[in-house]
Design a protein around this ligand. Structure first.
Ligand code: ATP
Ligand code: MG
Length: 259
């Protein structure tokens, strides 16, 4: 049964999509089966993996508010070894369309239920907001991975996200087992980066991945070619970091399975 991981931060541009597209590629190296759900109307993950709206006219939106079977929407990415449930601009309207529906917070959870037996991990690339879509993602998730860009004010938005998670926990009866922050676009030479890292590790001991993802131009340019970093620059420092992240991620999950 899959573990569902929401990749979530209401702050925009912190690396959610980058992590959502790259970490699964490395998990497949360890024989894990992964589904990535693009849950942002910007559809950045969908485009980053080489799909466009012509190739994928139907998206998660059509399963969410329509009658389309979500299984029919899944795209296999032979090159990357993991599957994608694509997004499209239509999803922008879903926040409003969902408001009138009953059980509007559990729509994504219902959709993902049918996928749980098929995968080891399901990642949800969340939008940069704390609206109904993010609440749906939090309700569907077993755990939350929070990319934090190592920069000034990085921790400000974090408290908002943590209260939304707490709300989902209390009001929606959700037991989000695990929360973990991941430092992204990290540059050890920068004083502000080092300060944010120290701050984060001191404030949330035990809740921050040891691995950090460096700021690297190869990571920014891989999506242009519709590739993950593993396929775009297999020998780079960024690839080494993502491999280390995959190992740390799997070790944490092996340990929690033993408990
Ligand atoms: P949004 O909130 O808009 O969904 P996001 O949190 O998903 O954004 P990304 O799209 O992953 O953030 O990253 C924002 C920008 O920074 C993109 O142009 C991406 O290519 C670039 N980027 C992400 N991670 C790195 C990195 N480690 N090094 C260099 N550039 C990066
Ligand atoms: Mg994104």
């Amino acid at each position: 049964m899959a573990t569902v991981v929401a990749v979530c931060n209401n702050k925009g541009g912190v690396g959610k999509t980058n992590v959502s597209c790259n970490l699964p590629a490395f998990l497949t190296l360890y024989q894990k089966t992964v589904l990535l759900v693009d849950f942002d109307h910007q559809a950045n993950a969908t485009y980053s993996l080489g799909f466009n709206s012509k190739l994928v006219p139907l998206s998660i939106y059509h399963a969410l508010v329509g009658q389309i079977s979500p299984i029919a929407l899944v795209r296999t990415t032979a090159l990357f070894g993991f599957d994608l449930l694509p997004s499209s601009q239509d999803l922008a309207g879903a926040e409003i369309e969902l408001v009138g529906l009953q059980n509007r917070e559990i729509k994504l959870a219902e959709i993902l239920e049918s996928f749980r037996p098929r995968y080891d991990y399901i990642f949800i690339d969340c939008p940069p907001s704390l609206g109904l879509l993010t609440v749906n993602a939090l309700v569907a998730a077993d755990e939350v991975l929070i990319p934090v860009q190592a920069e000034y004010l990085a921790l400000e938005g974090l408290s908002q996200l943590l209260s939304t998670i707490e709300l989902a926990r209390r009001n929606l009866g959700k037991d989000l087992r695990d929360l973990r922050a991941l430092l992204t676009m990290h540059d050890r030479r920068s004083r502000i980066c080092r300060e944010v890292e120290t701050n984060l590790r001191n404030n949330f001991p035990g809740y921050v991945f040891q691995t950090t993802i460096p700021r690297a131009s190869v990571l920014a340019e891989a999506p242009k070619f519709g590739r993950t970093i593993l396929h775009h620059a297999p020998e780079s420092k960024a690839t080494k970091a993502y491999r280390q992240l995959a190992e740390e991620f799997l070790k944490l999950h092996e340990n929690s399975e033993k408990v």
